[in-house]
Design a protein around this ligand. Structure first.
Ligand SMILES: [Zn+2]
Length: 129
């Protein structure tokens, strides 16, 4: 399951983005874009994330996935079709003279953090929300 390797890579990237004092920030949400032609399955990514994220980010981080469609642009009939799975022929006219645009990305978009501001917090208050 290559999603595990993808998620490990993703979590490394998330960690690299975090503030240098790791205890002061907790990751709430990680938003990624997954193209439909990336070869990664959102459900498998979620599963791998739930399994791996606590080791990297601590408990409580959620993965949000936005699936990005691809566009199949036909050189024969000129149709641009939004597709959700790989195709070899134009969905409109059946021509094989097509070009794919987009849909292969797997990118880290956003990281939502909870920042603990110590300045006015007392020592016992920071665990439960
Ligand atoms: Zn066509």
């Amino acid at each position: 399951m290559h999603e595990v390797a993808l998620v490990e890579h993703l979590l490394d990237a998330v960690q690299a983005e975090l503030p240098t004092a790791p205890r002061s920030a907790r990751v709430r949400r990680v938003l990624i874009h997954v193209g439909v032609l990336s070869g990664a399955h959102p459900e498998a990514l979620r599963f791998a994330f739930d399994f791996l994220a606590p080791d990297y980010l601590g408990e409580g981080a959620a993965l949000e996935i936005i699936e990005i469609p691809a566009v199949c642009r036909c050189q024969t009939c000129g149709t641009a079709s939004e597709i959700n799975e790989p195709v070899l022929l134009c969905p409109r006219c059946g021509s094989s003279e097509i070009r794919m645009e987009g849909g292969s990305e797997l990118t880290l978009q956003e990281i939502d953090l909870d920042i603990d501001d110590d300045s006015d917090a007392d020592a016992t208050s920071s665990q439960d929300v």
